[in-house]
Design a protein around this ligand. Structure first.
Ligand SMILES: NC(=O)c1ccc[n+]([C@@H]2O[C@H](COP(=O)([O-])OP(=O)(O)OC[C@H]3O[C@@H](n4cnc5c(N)ncnc54)[C@H](O)[C@@H]3O)[C@@H](O)[C@H]2O)c1
Ligand SMILES: O=CCc1c[nH]cn1
Length: 485
């Protein structure tokens, strides 16, 4: 291994690496080869206790610093992330298997954007003055306290920053538990935040599986939980958080629709469908995996899609020319392959792909099914792999109803040259994040998140501040207090 991927220790608590080998060992596997590249240990109850105690005792002093001071540290961390983008991108590639071509532009850079954006905003977080005649009320925007972040495996650096940056900007402390599949990158985020001047205890990382996450969520000292994960995990975490009446953000799964009308620019629509199905080997929550294509252009769309997929460079993710890497794990690939079998069994037409690749690592072909119908399993369930379902339509009213006929509501997209139709369709989508003539953009300035079963709350943008702070109203009376007796 040309890079040293073994971290100094498994956890980062109170400003330092901490180890406890009594925890369950977790092997970190490089998805491109199947080799073990590191071992970390799941947090024991003693480690969880250390992390919560450290966060709890450090938080008040952090919240008492001015927003300008907090923001300066976050912005310095953003600069360090950018300076080290190459090494961080290499680590992200080892952790996830995503091609360096992607990680070098979409992971540490997206994390840096979040730290810079919320760092810049920290000094602007104020309450308001409300005059009531001679009397008045003022509001204070206050931190929630100790926040727990729990991550999925597809964007480990981005998720660690998208949760950490707004939490810290608002004066909270965070304990972040990465996915057990990709435990490496969040440790680097913690290291860099501390190098930038973050006080010890404000951003901690603990490793582990679901039980570790559950023990954090149920601790009474924890005030907020932000999960990125599947809907079934979201249900459990939301219920556990509800028991303690904790604040939550739930960034969950999806089965998002993309509608391509007959007047769409086909080349752009194909690009959108590629980005929305095959970027990160299809492992993006907001992917538009139900592609509704107008019957008049369906064959043209499919032919061009198949041609463009022929240009995908599948191979060593560290090679900058590689544009399609392995799946994150053998298990995730097996899940995707099972769905492909189900699609074939249910009569969908396999246009391209469908097989695993006979080589080391967890590679499979980018796969497109056509003639998919709404009732097929591949059109209803989240696959979280590179499997696109193309469905036909002829009528806008009909396709809108079908696009919205899902338990999920994370994202949705429309390709058309008719602007009136584009905005009408976007307004009718039952989804939190919508796209017109583009797909899967996720800039920090815009709210990101889902409706229906895809989630609660929003990440990024000014909207995230509402989910990491609370308002206190202070009533001030200038005249006498009138009491009935
Ligand atoms: N909406 C978004 O922003 C977004 C982004 C990325 C991924 N996702 C979703 O994430 C899923 C894929 O990720 P995954 O397989 O890691 O998801 P997952 O639900 O299996 O796990 C997510 C995290 O939750 C933890 N966890 C599991 N059980 C828990 C429990 N009972 N209490 C506390 N924590 C628990 C896991 O250890 C992991 O860290 C997909 O459904 C995808 O759509 C959503
Ligand atoms: O995986 C979901 C979050 C996301 C979407 N686009 C980039 N990151």
């Amino acid at each position: 291994m040309p890079y040293d991927t073994q971290p100094a220790a498994s956890h980062f608590i109170n400003g330092a690496y901490v180890e406890d080998t009594a925890g369950t060992p977790i092997d970190v596997i490089y998805p491109a080869t199947g080799e073990k590249i590191a071992t970390v240990y799941a947090a024991t109850p003693a480690i969880v206790e250390q992390a919560i105690a450290a966060a709890k005792s450090a938080q008040a002093a952090w919240a008492a610093m001015s927003g300008t001071e907090r923001g300066r540290i976050l912005r310095k961390a953003a600069d360090l992330l950018r300076e080290r983008n190459h090494d961080l991108s290499v680590l992200e590639t080892y952790d996830t298997g995503k091609p360096y071509q992607e990680t070098s532009v979409a992971d540490a850079t997206s994390g840096a954007d979040a730290l810079e954006y919320f760092g810049g905003m920290a000094a602007t977080l104020t309450g308001e003055h409300i005059q009531l005649g001679e009397n008045w009320v003022y509001t204070r925007r206050e931190a929630l306290g100790v926040c727990v972040g729990i991550g999925a495996w597809n964007y480990p650096t981005q998720i660690a920053c998208w949760k950490g940056a707004p939490a810290l900007a608002c004066g909270n402390a965070m304990i972040f538990k990465p996915s057990e599949t990709t435990p490496l990158c969040a440790l680097k985020v913690a290291e860099i935040l501390h190098e930038a001047g973050l006080p010890a205890g404000i951003y901690n990382v603990v490793q582990g599986m679901g039980e570790v996450g559950a023990s954090l969520v149920t601790d009474p000292r924890v005030d907020k939980v932000s999960l990125t994960g599947s809907v079934p995990t979201g249900r459990k975490v939301y219920a556990a958080a509800a028991e303690g009446i904790k604040h939550v953000t739930m960034e969950l799964g999806g089965k998002s629709p993309m509608i391509v009308f007959e007047d769409a620019d086909i080349e752009n629509a194909v690009s959108g469908a590629i980005l929305g199905n095959f970027y990160s080997s299809g492992q993006v929550c907001s992917n538009g995996t139900r592609v509704f294509v107008h019957k008049a252009i369906k064959e043209q769309f499919l032919n061009r899609l198949a041609e463009r997929l022929g240009d995908a460079v599948i191979g060593d993710p560290m090679d900058p020319k590689t544009s399609f890497g392995p799946m994150v794990s053998e298990r995730q690939r097996a899940i995707a392959l099972e769905y492909i079998e189900k699609g074939q069994a249910e009569g969908a037409r396999l246009v391209t792909g469908g097989k695993m690749l006979e080589r080391d690592g967890f590679y499979m072909e980018p796969t497109v099914f056509a003639d998919v119908t709404d009732d097929m399993v591949i059109a209803r369930e989240e696959i979280f792999g590179p499997v696109m379902a193309v469905l036909d339509f002829e009528d806008e009213e009909d396709v809108m109803a079908r696009a919205n006929d899902t338990e999920f509501g994370l994202a949705a997209g429309v390709f058309t040259r008719d602007l009136t139709r584009a905005h009408r369709v976007a307004a009718r989508f039952e989804a939190g994040t919508c796209y017109i003539n583009t797909y899967n953009d996720a800039p920090v300035e815009a709210p990101f998140g889902g409706s229906k079963n895809s989630g609660v709350g929003r990440e990024n943008s000014k909207a995230a501040i509402e989910h990491y702070s609370q308002l206190k109203s202070v009533f001030v009376r200038m005249d006498d207090v009138e009491a009935p007796f």
